[in-house]
Design a protein around this ligand. Structure first.
Ligand code: GLN
Length: 294
């Protein structure tokens, strides 16, 4: 840590909690400073408030300074602490996976609304990333059979670790969408695929800069992967099965169109807590493919 980067205190003197938080506040959001110090000290929020006079150990102070500087350089908090909460559970995250988003909990809500009282449902999570969706559904649905696929080996390793940590029974398969699934069929398919326009300036801003590009961008209009999934899903759904896909704030009309083209029924879009149409889904009645085979 070059001393030229710290102006307001001598960083060779190990501070107490209050002084460490003060030092951080000059560089990053105060709330981020508290999260990072809690991570270093492995303590509850209350301890920072109750014991501001406790002196840090030298390695703790060094680790804290490194994390604050990395945050000041833009790295997402979730990659610095290695975790993010989703639907009430803490998931391990690394830069190999997208950081779970609050709005993606809508996919869990829709799955529970449609299948919450049905035992043994076969569920597929396409592009599982950290495993937030697959692991949550494995825990929340009654005795489901959950399969999760991702194209990225490194993402699958993170998802497997999360399933183990949270004691969720999930089968993981490395697969580019349905590519490795053969003729398997499911009652429910959920996906939070990449859906950002490849030249969207949002990709070069904030936390998103540090996330895997392949988990975010999907062609000039952001619809490449949503299109592929909608078209192939009928071959992997049981009759009356459902597909729910997350998409961008301006894509609901197009995604309803994709499901219409693929022959889905009961097509609807659902709003997230910000009032944005964030998920679109439909039911596969199973007739058209049978007709095709005749
Ligand atoms: N909602 C995310 C974002 O805008 C994108 C997630 C995704 O592409 N699946 O950063």
């Amino acid at each position: 840590m070059p001393n030229s980067r710290v102006s307001d205190m001598d960083t060779t003197i190990v501070p107490d909690i209050a002084a460490a938080l003060n030092w951080a506040r000059a560089r990053i959001e105060a709330s981020d400073g508290r999260i990072l110090l809690r991570h270093v000290l492995q303590c509850a929020a209350a301890r920072l408030v109750a014991h501001p006079e406790v002196r840090l150990e030298v390695p703790e102070w060094e680790q804290f300074q490194v994390l604050v500087e990395r945050r000041a350089a833009g790295e997402p908090i979730a990659y610095l602490t290695g975790e993010r909460e989703f639907f009430g559970h803490v998931f391990m995250v690394t830069p190999a996976v997208l950081i779970p988003r609050h709005e993606t909990e809508l996919l869990v809500e829709l799955a529970l609304a449609n299948f919450g009282d049905r035992r043994g449902v076969r569920v597929l999570d396409l592009g599982c990333g950290s495993g937030a969706l697959a692991v949550t559904l494995a825990r929340e649905l009654p005795a489901p059979e959950v399969t999760a696929v991702d194209r990225s080996r490194d993402a699958l390793l993170v998802a497997m670790a999360n399933a183990a940590r949270l004691r969720a029974n999930v089968s993981f398969i490395q697969s580019d969408w349905f590519g490795a699934l053969g003729s398997d069929r499911f009652h429910l398919i959920v996906s939070n695929p990449p859906y950002v326009m490849s030249d969207d300036p949002h990709l070069r801003e904030g936390d998103v800069r540090f996330e895997p590009h392949v988990a975010l961008a999907s062609g000039p209009d952001g619809l490449d992967d949503l299109t592929a999934i909608a078209a192939q899903a009928p071959h992997h759904l049981e009759p009356d099965g459902w597909l729910f896909m997350e998409h961008g704030y301006h894509q609901a009309v197009q995604v309803r169109g994709l499901l219409t083209d693929a022959g889905f029924a009961s097509i609807a879009s659902y709003k997230d807590l910000s009032g944005i149409e964030r998920v679109t889904g439909g039911q596969w009645l199973g007739r058209q493919l049978d007709d095709d085979r005749d």
